[in-house]
Design a protein around this ligand. Sequence first.
Ligand code: COA
Ligand code: AMP
Length: 630
Amino acid sequence: MMYQEIYKRSIEQPSEFWKEQANNLAWYKEPKNILSKNEEGYNQWFEDGTLNLSYLCIDKHIEDGYGRQNAIIYDSPVTNSKEIITYNRLHQEVSKLAGVLKEIGLKKGDTAIVYMPMIPQAVYAMLACARIGVIHSVVFGGFAPNELAIRIDDCKPKVILTASSGIEIDRIIPYKPYVDEAIKIAEHKPNSVILYQRHLGADTPGKPYDIDYLSAVKTATPADPIEIESTHPSYILYTSGTTGKPKGIIRDTGGYATALKFSMKNIYGVEQGDVYWAASDVGWVVGHSYIVYAPLLNRNTTILFEGKPIRTPDASTFWRIIEEHQVKVMFTAPTAIRAIKKEDPNGEFLKEYDISHLKYQFLAGERCDAATLKWTEDMLKVPVIDHWWQTESGWPMLANMAGIELAEVKPGSATFPVCGYDIQIISEEGEIVPNGTEGYVTVKLPLPPGNLKSIWGNPERFQAGYLDRFPGYYFSGDGGYKDEDGYVFITGRVDDVINVAGHRLSTADMEEIVASHSSIAECAVIGISNDLKGQIPLALAVTKSDNNIAESVIQTEVIQDVRNSIGAVASLKQVILVNRLPKTRSGKILRKLLRGIADKDELKIPSTIDDPTIVDEIKNVFITHKVGKH
Ligand code: COA
Ligand code: AMP
């Protein structure tokens, strides 16, 4: 069957379609009730089914005779080490760690935070939680203690699993001291911290709540997977929203497993046993779904890469890994490709490697510009597939479904809706717009399996942020349009979320920190276009009238405050002090106008602007400071 036919069926007969997909998993209890409403009236999938993600990712394959197949290839140029972990070994590691969690009192429904670099123990930790029904929340290592503390207070973990340190190219990241600091700041105190010692640098003094990972695992009794309801949360993953407070996206278990399994064959064109590589981080949704759960569910070999596309040691690393581990399908962010292209525009490194095993290159995480797409196609000589999704969805919403039928690629478009997603472009007034017209990108309900259940501890935000805007539709937060052939083009966020080097960040979060500087009266943080990172943040601030601190001091302090508070990943490098900010007559800051001026877009000056002369004033400031395209 071809894409159109399969897609149509997935939309017209969702229950039948997803029941068939669910049959590809080994459930303990097969679901009969496929699509129903939960107590709050939201759609839920496979309500009466029971299963276990850890069992499906590990034990099932061993039972089927594949225990000696490689499950994980850990490739770490930053520590100059590699390790191969078979499914048998993964079983040992995960069941022992799950045993440790049980012994310290964790049980189904408890929460645990995982704050770890890209090491196998991070994957063991996630799967150990899943094995006994503990809901994990992995926090990206680039976030500072303050952000970690916010997440600790929100999901109240009984335990934090961490490592002594990580490495960013050539710099040690002190994970354990960050955890200690976060626990100090947070109101909620976890009972214990399971610490994996890497011995990469100076070890920090122990704390009473520390448990040594290796010693604990050595003596633990392995734990078997338990039967878990399909609707039980598998994890909470925090992502940036339009306020300073991150939102904890809740993922279910059975819908997620079904969707991921379906995606591996039908979107990525991957067969069981293939080597699959998503060059992301376990702290992001891409890492959850396509470094850990989907490839392991599908009995693939997944690559766990602790490095960067460049400088570890150079722009050849991706090609070396593809050759060495015979990667069939790879997934990265356009920004990583742009970084490689900048270092090696003519692909000299590529000539040294045999990448003939590679069948598809997938890109996501941010808009893929036509030049990056073309360069990648020219270099790799395989289909390069831009696909669109988000933390909330957990798996792709728009893609060229390579495993079903490869469509012609249109640069700038992530191609067609994935099976199960009835994507509609809607106007401000809530009407579906004609093809060619830009609007809000939505999904007509029900969302297919795998999508967010709600927001942890804040169901009102789930309802208000995603469902209230256009009743009957899920609102993605992105703008876009469909062309005459039904290709969907995503044009970018319509809210205050920005995308920096494939990392999703909130400008509202940064604004709160900038505004709290003692010299600053008010500020705006906007995302401006950047050739390498897609977008970077820029802060514009007005100082208090009695300020007597030098401009350069304020700038340095503000940059440092953001780094200390959010983390290096925020990448705020430029703060400009201005006399005033553009506002509406009612006093609202016109951030979209600021963005437009920085990016030299065709300007639509809102009729509500208080004083139009500010536009030229800001333009001149941007020219002086060489902001964006000026
Ligand atoms: N732990 C600690 N710090 C981290 C970190 C981590 N896991 N990840 C990033 N950082 C730090 C970086 O060291 C950097 O610090 P600096 O300002 O002191 O140099 C800062 O956060 C910004 O990092 P990044 O945005 O990654 O920029 P970069 O200049 O170091 O690297 C790229 C640029 C393009 C090579 C890099 O961003 C990249 O590989 N991007 C791909 C992202 C990706 O795969 N995203 C997943 C979506 S699919
Ligand atoms: P995250 O939740 O961190 O995965 O970020 C999701 C956001 O990244 C989306 O809402 C989009 O704004 C953006 N994004 C992800 N993939 C794409 C893509 N292929 N094209 C355009 N934008 C994308």
